[in-house]
Ligand binder design. Structure first.
Ligand SMILES: *[C@@H]1O[C@H](CO)[C@@H](O)[C@H](O)[C@H]1NC(C)=O
Length: 325
């Protein structure tokens, strides 16, 4: 049986009488196959990649534009280890695509550095990113808050996720993942957590419960992941990255605490209870947030983005770096 739930917009402050936009959605009951989509999201491109003007906007089931950072719930189910993940970069690709945290409605765009579109290097034998890479919605690593365990502040972004399933997932996919563990990258003095997670729709997902299952069923993957993050900025002339805990991957329980804390920071951000700096908090579904806007206002924001058609070529994806050990 599938109970119907009336989903009011996500409330954070618990204030009664806040204006609410309502929509119906079906909630999966316990008997449903895991991975069965409950809410579907669509994406809409403005411009074409690769170009500085390219943007990928998100829409909900009702066809309203939403922010993938603020309007997609973090948790799929409050009792289970099931989280939504926004795919920014498909495995084996190089373009550094990411949620534009400083733009209204936070579309995905390609990062720009020194006026040039950014690509990660191929570090032999890896082609681009070695997982589907993305972020957990409704999380924020506060740059003014020191992490207890790493003694470093956050990197001002949603928490990054490395999805280790066998499928190559498209940019803009919103999938459900099981969190397995976490690596604490320290990038120029900032904590930049890297979650290890698996798509619940992966054929092998039922075998994965914690970080040790990755060691057991995908031997070498965590070592490759560690080395990937250690070296990935070396081709740009930067030093090797540092890690907290000697580069040890922490387990699921530890990872879930990190996620919980980043979710609290995000709530404070959306309720204007902390300094969000240049982060854009415009959202359509967090009704008690002072940054809440109507679907009509959201549409106008998207329509004001120019749709450029100037594509750039990229040769960097064909270059290989041999960094050895
Ligand atoms: C976000 O963008 C909107 C629309 O451009 C703007 O009105 C708002 O001030 C921006 N800042 C925040 C913190 O949301």
């Amino acid at each position: 049986m599938q109970p119907l739930q009336l989903l009011l917009c996500i409330g954070l402050g618990g204030r009664a009488g806040a204006p609410v936009a309502t929509r119906l959605r079906r909630v999966a009951s316990a008997g449903l196959a895991p991975g069965r989509a409950m809410t579907t999201y669509r994406t809409e491109e403005r411009g074409q990649p690769p170009s500085p003007g390219y943007r990928l906007f998100f829409k909900n089931e009702a066809g309203h534009y939403i922010s993938p950072f603020h309007d997609i719930p973090l948790k799929v189910d409050s009792t289970q280890n099931l989280f939504n993940m926004v795919v920014e970069v498909p495995r084996w690709t190089n373009a550094k695509m990411e949620i534009a945290t400083q733009e209204p409605l936070n579309p995905i765009k390609q990062d720009i550095k020194d006026g040039k579109l950014r690509y990660v290097a191929n570090i032999f034998p890896h082609k681009g990113y070695i997982w589907n890479y993305g972020a957990l919605p409704q999380t924020w690593e506060d740059p003014h808050q020191k992490d207890k365990s790493t003694d470093c502040c956050g990197d001002d972004d949603p928490i990054d996720v490395c999805e280790i399933g066998s499928k190559v997932l498209p940019r803009g996919d919103v999938i459900r993942v099981k969190i397995l563990g976490i690596l604490a990258l320290i990038d120029q003095g900032e904590t930049d957590w890297k979650l290890i997670a698996i798509n619940v729709n992966d054929p092998e997902a039922s075998k994965f419960h914690d970080i040790d299952d990755v060691k057991k069923y995908k031997p070498g993957y965590l070592e490759a992941t560690f080395n990937w993050f250690r070296f990935y900025k070396v081709p740009e002339g930067k030093p090797e990255n540092q890690f907290a805990f000697n580069g040890e991957f922490k387990n699921k329980a530890f990872a879930l605490e990190v996620v919980k804390s980043a979710h609290e920071c995000w709530k404070a951000l959306l309720m204007k209870k902390c300094d969000g700096g240049a982060i854009n908090c415009t959202n359509v579904q967090v009704c008690d947030s002072p940054f809440h806007c109507t679907p009509e206002e959201a549409r106008a924001l998207v329509q004001s983005v120019p749709s450029s058609i100037n594509k750039e070529s990229n040769e960097e994806e064909q270059v290989w770096h041999f960094l050895g050990k």
